[in-house]
Design a protein around this ligand. Structure first.
Ligand code: SF4
Length: 263
């Protein structure tokens, strides 16, 4: 049966990740637009991202801890909508814990770099481009210019540090941002910096033309499959322990008869 909802107008790196984990998850999130309930971790991540965005929206010499702390209440207000409060069953104690945890992560950030010394090219930079027939859209946390005048993609991570064996998967998403940057701005970033602000650790990797090309081709191939499944009226489910463990749609998937793999 054909979908009544329209196909999204673009594919973002995070939606691509959904699709690569399990096409059915992409169907639920991006075609049926089912709401993903907020979790404590995602909410904390959004608050921290918002504070850091505010910090880089002021002049370099004004990027102080005071500015970050003053942005925290506004970020909490913006993120904690009625729906999100209900998802978290937020009471005063949990709200205090969230504020303190977010403040700790922002303090960690200040131990990692001096924001007044960063040359920023863009914050929350929205890039949209068609690559090999695939409409791609990405929002970069930050794009810097380093001491050699090269572009560097900076992505804030509020989750756990990846294990070494997952290096390639860790960078895959951000390497697609590099492809977007090159196509949109006409200049290839030379490095990616992932700032694991919860742990105060940064992981860096150089970006090559070969990798960018491979990521763009993978996205384009995925878009062709998305279009095909959309026209066919169903995206296949590919349950696996890794894919299902953190999937927000396990209940709906089970109801539709899929043998979901328990985490
Ligand atoms: S529960 Fe598993 S099979 Fe179902 S959509 Fe999520 S990842 Fe796919």
């Amino acid at each position: 049966m054909p979908f009544t909802q329209s196909l999204p107008s673009a594919l973002s790196p995070s939606r691509l990740e959904d699709f690569q984990r399990c096409p059915r998850r992409y169907q639920y999130a991006s075609i049926e637009r089912r709401r993903q309930p907020a979790t404590y971790a995602t909410v904390k991540g959004r608050v921290v991202h918002q504070v850091l965005e505010s910090l880089f929206n002021v002049d370099a010499d004004a990027r102080t801890t005071e500015v970050a702390w003053s942005a925290l209440p506004g970020a909490l207000d913006a993120v904690l909508s009625e729906d999100v409060r209900a998802d978290l069953a937020l009471d005063d104690e949990l709200a205090r814990r969230l504020r303190d945890d977010a403040a700790r992560v922002v303090a960690n950030y200040f131990s990692m770099e001096d924001p007044s010394a960063v040359r920023v090219e863009g914050v929350e930079l929205r890039l949209r481009v068609t690559v090999d027939g695939a409409p791609l859209l990405g929002i970069l946390d930050r794009l810097d210019r380093d001491d050699h005048d090269e572009l560097v993609i900076v992505d804030y991570k509020t989750g756990s540090l990846p294990s070494r064996s997952f290096d390639t998967a860790t960078f895959a998403n951000t390497e697609l941002y590099a492809a977007l940057c090159e196509s949109t701005l006409g200049e290839r970033p030379t490095r990616i910096r992932l700032l694991y602000v919860t742990h105060g650790e940064a992981i860096e990797r150089a970006v090559s033309a070969v990798v960018i090309d491979a990521r763009a081709r993978a996205a384009s191939a995925a878009w062709a499959r998305i279009t095909r499944y959309y026209e066919a009226g169903q995206f296949p489910a590919t349950p696996s322990r890794n894919a299902c463990r953190f999937c927000p749609y396990t209940a709906v998937c089970r109801e539709s008869g899929v043998a979901v793999v328990a985490g």
